[in-house]
Design a protein around this ligand. Sequence first.
Ligand code: ATP
Ligand code: MN
Length: 466
Amino acid sequence: MNKTKRRKIKVILQQGKEQDEVVIMGWVRTRRDSKGGFSFLEINDGSCLKNLQVITDHSIDSFDSISGKLHTGSCVSITGKLVQSPGKGQSVELQAKSIEVYGEADPNQYPLQKKHHSFEFLREISHLRPRTNTFGAVMRVRNRLSYSIHKFFQDRGFVYLHTPIITTNDCEGAGEMFQVTTLKPDSIPMVDGKVDYTQDFFGEKTCLTVSGQLEGEVYALALSEIYTFGPTFRAENSNTSRHLSEFWMVEPEMAFYDLEDDMNLAEDFLHYLFKDVLEHCSEDLEFFNKQIDKTILERHQNITEKEFERITYTDAIHILEKSNKKFTYSVEWGCNLQSEHERYLSEEVFKKAVVIYDYPEEIKPFYMKVNDNGKTVRAMDVLLPKLGEIIGGSQREDDYGSLLKRMQSKNLESEDYDWYLDLRRFGSAPHSGFGLGFERLVQFVTGVENIRDVIPFPRTPKHARF
Ligand code: ATP
Ligand code: MN
């Protein structure tokens, strides 16, 4: 292996320089033989969307012995000379001097032969789909977005916090958690008809986290501004194109922020991410705009250039009631907004990102700060056209008495939350935060319709295997 001269295809194409000898390593996307004793290979190494074109003369060393192994899907190392390309759409091409085949791919068996495969088909071969243009592009965009999320917060002095994955807290209070246990299903210890968790690994019932927020609050009330970015798990049985059982969430939590500061941060954050990805993933985004959804670039501009609309839940209900639009779920004050309502508001009424705030107290979790009217809480959701909810956040209840009252009305055991109440007992501070669903962000940016296609290995109900 001639590693010293190896160059990534992205760098070769960016530089566009002629060079006497370079080595590329990657996978053959296509092979075309021409009559005059030449073959054209398109090689991709995942560093960028574009392939590098390689021309090989059939008279080079050992070509005859490897020719039968050079197929779509084969992995190769090619040494050659970079020359200006006469073809359009590429700066340089490689004239092969020698080719080594690392691994062949039998054309009668390798599944990725066509130029276009359906997302459904590719989901069946999630170990091979990264070798398609679409999945390469999705993962590069996902990578850039992860990087710029860290950059956004780090530049503003937020501390990256690792919250636990195994927890005894049910943050959303919805009970949609995966249990973590080492008890054997066929011999569960019981006492008085109930599972005896004292014999379980942790000595009590434990689950996978649905959110790092509560732990995030602990650290925000010491370090001022923190964020988490990690996996979260929800055992909700919703087989939609926007829900996964395992997804990644970004959760900033800030002391001394009220709801308005929280909304400002969420808006700045999304503006920043869209601008950054447009700048650094333009080739991949143009590909999506051509192949997946011809409106995405326009939609990104619409998000980055316009201020978000901010309306109260009560005003949103008025608009929906007056709309004369037939919804599957009817609307009245106090109802949960469904994604059809959210999309109507952002796509048809405002035609841009919308932030809805001050939701009815009954439909929101215990930790949100109650407004003076006693009826609504300081919650906010950010809705995007075509997607619906991408961010959910709130100002947290910082008053001990109000929090305790709210926990009791929602039948939460205050002993379980002693530590959480302590944060209001000792040095309480106004504070706020939000959660952004990372895969929904990738969906919006790429225009990919199904959330299963923006994460390497999706976990959904009845599906945890490759
Ligand atoms: P939804 O109403 O869309 O199910 P939610 O209100 O239950 O979402 P939150 O608890 O507010 O979600 O979580 C914060 C963010 O995490 C959401 O705004 C969304 O972007 C994302 N999210 C929530 N559940 C899922 C899921 N099952 N799969 C992927 N992302 C999710
Ligand atoms: Mn929400």
